[in-house]
Design a protein around this ligand. Structure first.
Ligand code: NAD
Ligand code: DAU
Length: 331
């Protein structure tokens, strides 16, 4: 199988490439990535010359047409992915997430290729802390931030292309990932690298917001289950029953890193901050037999702390700039 992986130099995409080379050596992998601030060739260094890397944008009609035409399957990770950035400057989110996905869809339609669209649970909005409901495949869309609105827009385009044009596409909506190669603007790697740099972790507001954490390898195993066994036109929720509030996550990071439990600062909250995400992954478990391998958050988090400790050369050069950007917003 010839696989085109968009966003393969980002967090989840680069882990997907490494998983694919290890577990599916029969695949030929081409990565299309614009190498924005979030993408890094260093994240693909271990792949060496076993992949073809193309630097370019998913809104580039001619480039996308050529690459989609030359591959069997497109796995679409490329996106602007950070909520805080979308609040400060929404424009690239509309371009990449909406126009970029549209461009891919048109090429997929023209060439009759298979597409898997990687999306997020944030398209469903948020839940009350005590709501017994969790997000399912049938939950109505209700996004809150510019990021999640553009991801919702991209999902709806894929759904329309499935229904109207009959393209062979699947969609997955996953909860919060953590693991190696995650950009240090994101919550967990920001706090780990803060501690490694002698800085206190930074908690937005009171830290009561809940996220449903999943290790990136478990997410990518679910994407592979969909590629191999998913129903064409099917939608799948991906989550590993990993609900934690932000305060508890910081407490665990501090414990794993040998710091006192109160060694963190409260900083400005995120405007419109979603309260809680929670995934009901019954469908993918029952229909595709997928199960997460990381069954305790502590185990996955400890491995992630070790990765950032061992790979300081990957994140240290950008740490000061990331923190300077947050400081402008009192975060
Ligand atoms: P990321 O920001 O780490 O990586 C995104 C990659 O896309 C980068 O390599 C970047 O250079 C590339 N890119 C951005 N704009 C591009 C463009 N116009 N053309 C080509 N490449 C471009 O993101 P991530 O956290 O790895 O997320 C990957 C996908 O998974 C996204 O679609 C995101 O919405 C989705 N998702 C993420 C999470 C999470 O917790 N991180 C959870 C669920 C779903
Ligand atoms: O739910 C899936 C989504 O998870 C993905 O679609 C997004 O691409 C991904 O970035 C993530 O979005 P969040 O906004 O939930 O993740 P983030 O890491 O930015 O923040 C996680 C929580 O931690 C959130 O409640 C805000 C809080 N936070 C974040 C940072 C950066 C802090 O308390 N302190 C921080 O320094």
């Amino acid at each position: 199988m010839n696989l085109l992986v968009t966003g393969g130099a980002g967090f989840i995409g680069s882990n997907f490439v490494h998983t694919t080379l290890r577990d599916h050596p029969e695949c030929r992998v081409t990565v299309l990535d614009a190498l924005t601030y979030a993408g890094s060739r260093a994240s693909l260094a271990a792949a060496g010359d076993r992949i073809t890397f193309v630097e370019g944008r998913i809104e580039d009609v001619a480039l996308v047409d050529r690459l989609v035409g030359g591959n069997d399957v497109v796995v679409h990770f490329a996106a602007e992915s950070h909520n805080d950035n979308s609040i400060n400057n929404p424009s690239p989110f509309v371009t990449t997430n909406v126009v970029g996905t549209f461009t891919l869809l048109e090429a997929v339609r023209k060439h009759g290729r298979r597409l898997h669209h990687v999306s997020t649970d944030e398209v469903f909005g948020d839940l009350e802390l005590d709501d017994p409901e969790r997000f399912r495949e049938t939950t109505p869309y209700n996004p809150s931030s510019p990021y999640s609105a553009t991801k919702a827009g991209s999902d709806l385009l894929v759904k329309a292309w499935i229904r109207t044009f009959g393209i062979k596409a699947t969609i997955s909506n996953c909860s919060n990932n953590y693991g190696p190669y995650q950009h240090i603007e994101k919550f967990i790697p920001r706090q780990i690298t803060n501690v490694l740099s002698g800085r206190k972790p930074r908690l937005y507001g009171e830290g009561k917001n809940v996220r449903d954490w999943i290790h990136v390898d478990d997410h990518n195993a679910a994407v592979w289950a969909i590629l191999e066994r998913g129903q064409p036109g099917g939608y799948y929720m991906i989550g590993a029953d990993g609900e934690q509030n932000n305060k508890a996550v910081i407490a665990l990071i501090l414990e794993l890193m040998g710091k006192p439990a109160d060694w963190y600062d409260h900083v400005n909250d995120r405007p419109g901050h979603d309260l809680r995400y929670a995934i009901d992954a019954t469908k993918i478990r029952q229909e595709l037999g997928w199960r997460p391998r990381y069954t305790t958050f502590r185990e996955g988090l400890a491995a992630t702390v070790a990765w950032y400790r061992d790979n300081a050369a990957w994140w240290q050069p950008i740490k000061a700039a990331v923190e300077a950007k947050y400081a402008k917003h009192g975060q």
